[in-house]
Design a protein around this ligand. Structure first.
Ligand code: 4AD
Ligand code: MG
Length: 428
């Protein structure tokens, strides 16, 4: 049985069994008290001398933290027990007495990263991994409702999407390949048959910046839709973020409590989100004391200051063309700006989404590449997509890890990634 299923009145006085790992143990004369955990919860187990066999009692006395066990016994209600119920063991089997577990209270974040393979067992990490699952699940639920198809783009690619400085090069049978920075171009190819597509895939960036929101490998949720313009894409994202936040609030009450999230801050994520042109946001930044030039690129620090006292996300739209990669569609009425947007999460978290309209005219795309000193031949297949019935379309990329960091109210992206990868960390 799973522990969660034992924790209710229907099992009182009947025989139950549980397997898992010892969370705490103490001995008191004829009794050994243990708290046992499995993936679903924790429960107190009492092992009494004379009730179990002498061998079993001796083993129970030796049980250390993380010892793996199986117990059978009678369930009772017990106010003093950690979760209100207790198993009085009649049988106990010890699978392995654990060696001295290296994690004790008050270890540094750095130490916990070094032993992430063990720290994954903590209540905090378990709660976060469960919330991660809810986020991924609700993305898929939302996309299904909107008739989007999930597709699988390649991770080994031949070119860049988001600029050369963060490109990982890998040897590839005597040629150069790269790890994908974004699946956007492939989604655009899928769009011509499936119209509305998305993927949840890793993206890689050779990020040298050490901030609380940058890793070298992240989970990227990207979507692309035919016939959709920049403003309509923002409408979809607004609904999507609210859908995910609501799923988390209903599915993960317990987990949000474990990470001490103030859930009122998630409940305020409602329509409408703020929508400001880029220039307005620069203005807001200046009012908050930032020194910003007219076409400033907003980084971690700037976005933190700008969004600190916001209670829900903010769209920043129509950035200066010169700040953005070649594929963004310049506004035909104002070509110095592109029809794009970022979503900045509130409470200082900053950018979680980048998206917008794509240039769908072939000549316009080629001329934008040339003005960025890119060779259109390097993007031959991407340009080719504009040769056969091109249509207006938009898309976005959302950093799943950043979204969860914000929704769970955590202080660093590496808390929501099971095995985070940074410039200085490849292990465990
Ligand atoms: O803003 P970015 O670079 O946009 C793109 O890659 C587009 N091609 C996406 C698209 O339109 N299909 O990245 C999108 C999002 C960011 O807003 C951020 O949430 C996340 O990906 N992201 C990172 N997350 C963690 N660590 C990093 N180093 C990240 N780089 C981007
Ligand atoms: Mg961006």
């Amino acid at each position: 049985m799973h522990i969660r299923d034992i924790l209710n009145d229907s099992h009182i006085d009947s025989t139950v069994n549980a397997r898992g790992w010892v969370y705490r143990a103490r001995e008191s004369g004829r009794l050994v008290f243990m708290v046992v955990r499995d993936s679903t919860g924790i429960i107190q187990v009492v092992v009494e001398k004379g009730v179990v066999s002498p061998d079993e009692f001796e083993l129970a006395k030796r049980a250390t933290i993380e010892t793996s066990i199986e117990v059978e016994g009678k369930c009772s209600k017990e106010q003093k027990a950690i979760t209100g119920y207790e198993i009085h063991a009649t049988k106990i089997r010890v699978y392995q007495i654990a060696e001295n577990f290296p994690i004790t209270k008050d270890k540094s974040d750095e130490f916990l990263l070094d032993i992430r393979h063990l720290w994954l067992r903590s209540r905090e990490m378990t709660a976060i991994m469960k919330m991660r699952e809810t986020v991924l699940d609700s993305i898929r639920g939302f996309m299904k409702e909107r008739d989007y198809y999930e597709v699988q783009p390649p991770m080994f690619v031949g070119g860049m999407v988001e600029g050369g400085s963060t490109l990982f090069e890998v040897p590839y049978f005597g040629e150069k390949a790269y790890l994908t920075q974004s699946s956007q171009f492939y989604l655009e190819a899928f769009m011509f048959s499936l119209e509305n597509v998305y993927t949840i895939s890793p993206s890689f960036r050779a990020e040298k910046s050490r901030t609380r929101r940058h890793v070298t490998e992240f989970t990227h949720y990207e979507a692309e839709a035919a016939w959709v313009n920049n403003q309509q894409m923002m409408d979809i994202e607004e609904d999507m973020i609210i859908y995910i936040a609501q799923s988390l609030l209903t599915t993960n009450k317990e987990e949000l409590e474990v990470v001490k999230r103030d859930v009122n801050k998630v409940k305020t994520v409602e329509k409408p989100f703020y929508r400001y042109r880029y220039e307005k946001v620069i203005e807001i930044g200046r009012q908050k004391g930032l020194q910003l030039s007219d076409a400033a690129d907003l980084g971690e620090k700037e976005e933190r200051t700008i969004t600190q006292d916001f209670d829900k996300p903010m769209f920043v739209y129509n950035f200066p063309t010169l700040l953005k990669p070649f594929y963004h569609r310049p506004d035909p009425e104002d070509p110095a700006h592109v029809l794009n947007h970022d979503v900045l999460a509130p409470e200082g978290y900053g950018e979680v989404i980048g998206g917008g309209e794509r240039i769908w005219n072939k000549d316009e795309l080629i001329s934008r590449m040339k003005s960025e000193n890119l060779n259109p031949e390097d993007y031959q297949w991407y340009v080719d997509l504009r040769s056969y019935g091109s249509v207006p379309h938009s898309g976005f990329g959302l950093g799943v890890d950043r979204l969860l960091t914000w929704l769970a109210g955590l202080d660093h992206i590496n808390k929501v990634i099971p095995f985070p990868r940074t410039m200085r960390r490849l292990k465990p």
